[in-house]
Design a protein around this ligand. Structure first.
Ligand code: AMP
Ligand code: TRP
Length: 347
């Protein structure tokens, strides 16, 4: 990593940026780790910019029809969950070219060593032929840094899995500022908060719940209906013990801990409170309570998502308008970057 030299930060105004890949349908992990918190930030009155990162999705091959569908469906999920396009900027990445332009610049700032230490890159290529992975997959975190820094965003709500990528974003900002003797890019603050910053697979409490897992039983999709949600929770892997009477009792019980965390995040309660309410309960009692809660919280979102998906042209209009607003912020920031670096800008 770069030397942790802090530049005297100019005052950047509070601005939130975050993104989700349209590489599959959204999961309960995306909802609790990202979407739900995006809505909370919007409602706190901070300036919020949210993006379907389609350029990230294509670092592994995507079927064009599915990519189009998933981008619209992701946008519909944002709106159904409470993102208001009149209060947040909502768009898809490929419509604002500043992202890839700044990403190229950051490809020239980031070092090979930094990129090769990214655990997500290592995980995604582990046991596979790394030589056959795309160059884009390797460079992916530099594009993520560009997404954020193109807006001089100061805060980034994400799940736990993105922590290292945000450290890289900070390193890139610091190195750029040092290399050009400026105080131009903010050193961003990761916002990794709440009971569900890492929602685990329902089949394996040591693996992250993921839209790309081969088993559909491992995750709850935002498109699942009430019966599917209930069935998946009923069949979720657990151990034979009842729930403990203190959070420490969950320590070596990854599956039990995961279900309790999910309950806490959905209910908006602390883990301590959930444990207090269910101390000594068997999973035969806890799972139906969790299923009811999950259905109550997710079903209205699914219904609204389906309704919005009836009118894809309206979704496209929202994304187009969001892209124009995003471009109006990012373009001048990028122009200034070119100037700092010595590019002749004469058109
Ligand atoms: P992705 O689906 O990889 O584009 O992730 C979009 C956002 O959802 C990021 O902020 C992730 O950290 C978050 N996220 C994805 N999966 C999970 C999970 N299982 N638990 C918590 N957050 C998650
Ligand atoms: N890499 C993130 C993920 O897979 C998605 C992402 C892309 C992102 N650009 C971002 C998240 C910028 C936050 C900010 O989850």
């Amino acid at each position: 990593m770069a030397e942790p030299v802090q530049t005297p930060q100019a005052s950047f105004k509070p601005r939130i940026f975050s993104g989700i890949q349209p590489s599959g349908g959204l999961t309960l992990g995306n909802y609790l780790g990202a979407l739900k918190r995006f809505v909370e930030k919007q409602n706190e009155g901070i300036e919020t910019i949210y993006c379907m990162v389609d350029m990230h999705a294509i670092t592994v091959w995507q079927d064009p029809e599915r990519l189009r569908h998933q981008t619209r469906e992701g946008a519909a999920a944002f709106i159904a969950a409470g993102i208001d396009p009149a209060r947040s900027i909502l768009f898809n990445q490929s419509q604002v070219t500043a992202h890839v332009e700044l990403a190229w610049i950051f490809n020239c700032v980031a070092r090979m060593g930094w990129m090769s230490r990214m655990t997500q890159w290592k995980d995604k290529t582990a046991g596979k032929n790394a030589e056959a992975a795309s160059l884009g997959l390797f460079a992916y975190p530099a594009l993520m840094a560009a997404d954020i820094l193109a807006y001089h965003a100061t805060m980034v709500p994400v799940g736990e899995d993105q922590k290292q990528h945000l450290e890289l974003t900070r390193d890139i900002a610091i190195k750029f500022n040092n290399d050009y003797k400026v105080d131009y890019f903010p050193v961003v603050e990761p916002l990794i908060e709440g009971a569900a910053t890492r929602v685990m697979s329902l089949r394996d409490g040591t693996k992250k719940m993921s839209k790309s897992d081969a088993s559909d039983q491992s995750r709850i999709n935002l498109t699942d209906d009430a019966d599917m949600i209930a069935a998946k929770i009923r069949k979720a892997k657990t151990d034979p013990e009842p729930l403990p009477d203190s959070p420490e009792g969950l320590k070596d019980r990854p599956e039990a801990r995961n279900l309790v965390n999910i309950y806490a995040a959905l209910a908006g309660h602390s883990v301590e409170q959930v444990i207090r309410d269910f101390a000594g309960a068997q999973f035969g009692t806890f799972k139906p309570a969790l299923a009811d809660l999950a259905v109550a919280k997710l079903s209205p979102i699914t219904t609204e998502m389906n309704r919005l998906m009836q009118d894809p042209a309206e979704i496209d209009r929202i994304l187009g308008r969001g892209a124009e607003q995003a471009d109006a912020i990012a373009r001048p920031i990028l122009e200034k970057t070119y100037e700092i670096m010595g590019m002749v800008r004469s058109r």
